[in-house]
Write a protein that binds this ligand. Structure first.
Ligand code: NAD
Length: 443
């Protein structure tokens, strides 16, 4: 079932499009992640030996395993767990189920986790996992067997104090509960219940944290709110568009609408695009997507094309789907003040240049979408301590950490006279470099 797809170009795509690179800039996503790191390394005079260490993941685990389908057939799946760096703590990062998963994509996502955890001041390193499957084409039973077989194949390469997966695109709380249960069943009876934190993003009944489901969307909104304060804007008078109406996009839209009074005017997912200048109710749309699996057919808005979606005039564009969605091909279409990167890697460097020239600001992914891993840290801490926190406590702590990371980024931007992505990368890199400076290289 594996593909060697290089990139996913902007917008609603079909399978054929996915074989075409989105830009001439990079062969694959990992090259882009390394280029972003190299810029920050250059600006901070990071020494060559550390650049070499941080340019490659520490471990690249690839497992091939068979899974029985409902009709009795057996398929082979390829699963990845890439452990980029653990100088700051346990490897930490999501698990993605998508037909476009490739080694290079998961490597890039794992590196971004290292920078994201560092920037948010968490005691975690970076990792990412992925399986090359289309979860929309598998039954619940098949997804459960894929998840359990993958977890078993990983064995001791994950662990509650070693490497801790979480949900990402195509996976959810149920996936995490299957992983937890499989892991628990492979260890000694006496240790089962102290191993719950082998994954985060679990359902609350299985030991998850309240507020983890909404955390990435909420963290995105807290970052947007910090930006609005900085720019003297009242979000109640702002409009926004969202690409991707899954976990992250739908929570971001609902919170921005319900708690800050902003208006959703365009949305796009893998099924199509919708626009309504008077506003699309984010709650009604979430309920519709929950039922139907996509935005297409939602009555209270007009269907719009990919081009119309990106050209919609709004204050804030929130890409919350795939990487490489804003490219040199469509960056000039964007008519907004801010791109808030709820997705990982949605903007290519070439597109970023165009956006900057057009006066459009960016809140970069490692800052913008860190709410998920921040609340994953809260879940991990609660499991380790045998505690359960209240929702207002979780939200308050998330808000504080998000604001801290935003402030540290702003200070680095001012000190180094750079944009927000470089500022965020510099903060993240400096913390990792300090850890290496103190610990040295073994032996
Ligand atoms: P999800 O599976 O819940 O939703 C994905 C959304 O993307 C869906 O609405 C889908 O329709 C849309 N999509 C897929 N292909 C598309 C295409 N070609 N064009 C337009 N839309 C398309 O995933 P999610 O958890 O919401 O993750 C979304 C993004 O946020 C990913 O980049 C992920 O890495 C990032 N992220 C997620 C978390 C988390 O906690 N879930 C944390 C940090 C970052």
């Amino acid at each position: 079932m594996s593909t060697d797809t290089k990139t996913q170009p902007g917008g609603v795509t079909d399978a054929a499009d996915l074989d075409e690179p989105a830009s001439d800039e990079f062969e694959n996503l990992y090259e882009m992640a390394v280029a972003q790191f190299e810029r920050a390394a250059e600006m901070t005079n990071t020494r060559p030996s550390l650049r070499a260490i941080l340019s490659e993941p520490k471990n690249e685990i690839i497992v091939n395993f068979p899974v029985r389908l409902d009709d009795g057939e057996t398929i082979m799946c390829t699963g990845y767990r890439i452990q980029h760096n653990n100088i700051l703590g346990c490897y930490k990062g999501g698990l993605r189920f998508s037909p476009h998963v490739s080694l290079e994509e998961v490597k890039a996502l794992s590196a971004w986790m290292t920078w994201k955890c560092s920037l948010a001041d968490l005691p975690f390193g970076g990792a990412k996992g992925g399986i090359n499957i289309d979860p929309t084409k598998l039954s619940d039973g098949e997804l459960e067997r894929v998840t359990r077989r993958f977890t078993h194949a990983l064995g001791n390469n994950i662990g509650p104090d070693y490497d801790i997966p979480a949900p990402d695109m195509g996976t959810n709380a149920q996936t995490m509960v299957w992983m937890m249960d499989t892991y628990m069943n492979t260890i000694a009876y006496a240790h089962k219940n102290v191993a719950r934190h082998v994954v985060t993003g679990k359902s609350v009944s299985a030991g998850g944290s309240v507020g983890r489901d909404e955390a990435t969307g909420r963290g995105t909104v807290y970052n947007i709110a910090s930006w609005a304060v900085e720019n003297g804007l009242d979000l109640a008078h702002c409009t926004f568009s969202v690409q991707g109406y899954g976990n992250v996009g739908s929570f971001a839209a609902r919170i921005l609408q319900d708690e800050y009074g902003a208006t959703l005017v365009a949305v796009q997912d893998h099924t199509g695009g919708l626009g309504n200048g008077k506003g699309i109710d984010a709650e009604d749309l979430a309920a519709y997507v929950e039922k139907t699996g996509g935005v297409k057919g939602f009555g209270a808005a007009e269907e719009i094309t990919d081009e119309e979606f990106w050209k919609t005039k709004v204050d804030i564009v929130i890409p919350a789907a795939l990487e490489w969605q804003v490219t040199e091909d469509n960056a000039a279409w964007l008519d907004c003040r801010l791109v808030a990167e709820a997705a990982n890697g949605p903007t290519t460097p070439g597109a970023e240049k165009i956006l900057t020239e057009n006066g459009i600001e960016i809140i970069p992914d490692i800052l913008c979408n860190s709410g998920g891993v921040i609340v994953s840290f809260f879940e991990w801490t609660q499991n380790r301590r045998g505690e359960t926190w209240y929702l207002d406590e979780v939200r308050h702590k998330l808000k504080r950490r998000s604001a801290d990371a935003y402030d540290r980024t702003t200070r680095a931007m001012n000190k180094y006279e750079v944009g927000r992505r470089d500022g965020a990368m510099i903060v993240a890199l400096r913390r990792v470099v300090k850890a290496y400076d103190e610990r040295g290289i073994f032996p």
